[in-house]
Write a protein that binds this ligand. Structure first.
Ligand code: ADP
Length: 251
């Protein structure tokens, strides 16, 4: 009897445990399903980096679900849509030269304001993606896409505004306390502004949030008399995403 009771007890507690485990499994399954909706898994061919930026997809392109294409670099380097809209609103229009167009986040917003855009990128795959993305936003016809090196093409270009979002050196830029302009790729900020200035003094530069602001201001002194200059912080959902420097008539 004592054994039976004990056995019963064991049976009883193990059946309780089984039902408890079943419940736990159900909760786990539900959680996994919910997470899958929020984040595509690495087993689905999505890299850990893209998975990290996935929840921001509609901040990058509000029409993301309509077939927007981005490569890994694009995920962390494209200008968030609201910031790109702001750049377009402040540009003043005309012909805008986007020197490092990437997957087209800025070029699309300039074009949506019916401005003529010359979108340059050295990577042909990026240009294909930018073209696809511009088609989704219905603005492909406003943009001339060029595969090429901005520094080589600059002497041949004419435009009213130059927009520059040069490579910041990948996501590791944010680990630095002070991002100095020599860290911009493939040439430092001073060389970049000098090249752009030969096209027009109306220049917009989108820079890392930790950029050295004294150095940015110094850029305006490269010209004599110094260029008008203004700097703006760009927030998305309360997070500082970058700094925009406006020169010339855009300031
Ligand atoms: P980040 O370091 O900010 O992530 P990327 O490395 O993605 O920046 O570079 C931004 C874009 O600039 C990319 O699409 C890249 O192909 C393009 N790019 C880099 N160098 C040049 C260049 N010399 N001329 C034009 N486009 C360039």
């Amino acid at each position: 009897m004592a054994v039976e009771e004990e056995e019963d007890g064991i049976h009883c507690s193990s059946s309780k445990r089984r039902s408890h485990n079943r419940k736990k499994r159900k909760v786990k399954k539900k959680r996994a399903k919910r997470l899958k909706m929020l984040k595509p898994s690495i087993s689905e061919g999505i890299s850990p980096l893209v998975s990290k930026y996935w929840h921001q997809r509609y901040n990058l392109f509000s029409r993301y679900d309509e077939g927007i294409k981005m490569d890994e670099e694009g995920w962390f380097s494209v200008t968030p849509e609201d910031v790109a809209i702001r750049h377009a609103e402040r540009s003043g229009g005309g012909t805008i030269i986007d020197g490092f167009a990437g997957v087209g986040g800025n070029a699309i917003q300039f074009a949506r304001m019916s401005y003529h855009v010359v979108a340059i990128d050295v990577d042909p795959q990026k240009v294909l993606m930018a073209c696809n993305n511009a088609k989704i936003y219905g603005v492909k016809d406003y943009i001339d896409f060029i595969v090429g090196d901005f520094f080589q093409l600059a002497p041949l270009l004419k435009g009213d505004v130059v927009f520059l979002s040069p490579p910041w050196g990948g996501p590791s830029y944010c680990k630095m306390e002070n991002f100095t302009l020599d860290l911009l790729k493939p040439k430092d900020g001073y060389s970049l502004l000098q090249v752009a200035q030969r096209i027009t003094p109306n220049i917009i530069m989108f820079l890392p949030r930790n950029v050295d602001l004294n150095q940015v201001e110094e850029l305006s002194w490269l010209s004599s008399p110094p260029l008008h200059f203004e700097v703006e912080e760009n927030y998305v959902d309360g997070y500082l995403k970058g700094i925009t420097a406006y020169f010339g008539d855009t300031a």
